[in-house]
Design a protein around this ligand. Structure first.
Ligand code: SF4
Length: 225
């Protein structure tokens, strides 16, 4: 059991004074940087594994190179690359050749476009749709009235099969495109290769779930009460 329950999202210390941003900085009573030293130390040890260290190092370089004009002073954030470009660049940095794409049947054309872009960058792409295997939902105990289309045969989304097919292909990085809530969790857990998300599914908001947060004071007020 942790000594404190981290609640960074409730932190009111200004960014340039936070313990996690400046050495010797401040933190509230629930601050994990100040009060969870042993956990942090244990986690930091893992970066000493050569593969993890290199993955983390390249991720950090990719992060920084996502900005232009980094030597300008005063410094102003100038983001310069869409995520699609960042995924291609990161995979290149890591020297990966074979990528997996685990996508949702609701985003068929997007899956085809993503595959095309990755192939154009020289990657070998193994793509697998969520409905792969054609397993009926009844197999996991879903009742007829719990289906999307009640009264019809319906194939379950099968993220474990997606992961196993990509595992079998020995992909080096798997890219998730629009898997459902929960299905994505199963995919993350069962994929052997590291996973990055290209897009999170939001059927209502054009796959931009943040729009609900941005309109929480107005159209999505009901979610706060
Ligand atoms: S780590 Fe500490 S200082 Fe940083 S956001 Fe969390 S609570 Fe605030």
């Amino acid at each position: 059991m942790a000594s404190v329950m981290s609640q960074c999202a409730k932190c009111s210390i200004s960014s340039d004074e936070r313990a996690c941003r400046v050495e010797g900085g401040e933190g509230p009573a629930f601050c994990p940087t100040i009060h969870m030293g042993p956990v942090i130390e244990r986690a930091r040890q893992r970066y000493q594994h050569p593969d993890i260290r290199e993955f983390a190092r390249q991720s950090s370089i990719q992060e920084a190179e996502g900005y232009a004009d980094r030597d300008a002073r005063p410094s102003v954030n100038h983001p310069a690359k869409p995520r699609l470009q960042e995924i291609c660049e990161f995979a290149e940095r890591m020297g990966y050749r074979r990528l997996g794409v685990a996508y949702c049947a609701g985003l068929l054309s997007e899956g085809a476009l993503l595959e095309k872009v990755l192939e154009n960058h020289g990657f070998e792409v193994v793509s697998v749709v969520c409905k792969v295997g054609c397993t009926p939902k009844e197999e996991i105990g879903v009742r007829d009235e719990e289906k999307v289309r009640i009264g019809e045969f319906e194939t379950m989304c099968s993220p474990i099969v997606q992961a196993e097919i990509l595992n079998e292909a020995e992909t080096e990085l798997n890219v998730v495109l629009g898997l459902c809530v929960g299905h994505d969790s199963l995919f993350f857990r069962h994929s052997k290769a590291p996973v990055t998300v290209f897009a999170a599914k939001d059927r209502v908001l054009g796959h931009n779930p943040l729009a609900a947060l941005y309109t929480l004071d107005s159209y999505y007020q009901r979610l706060t009460t």
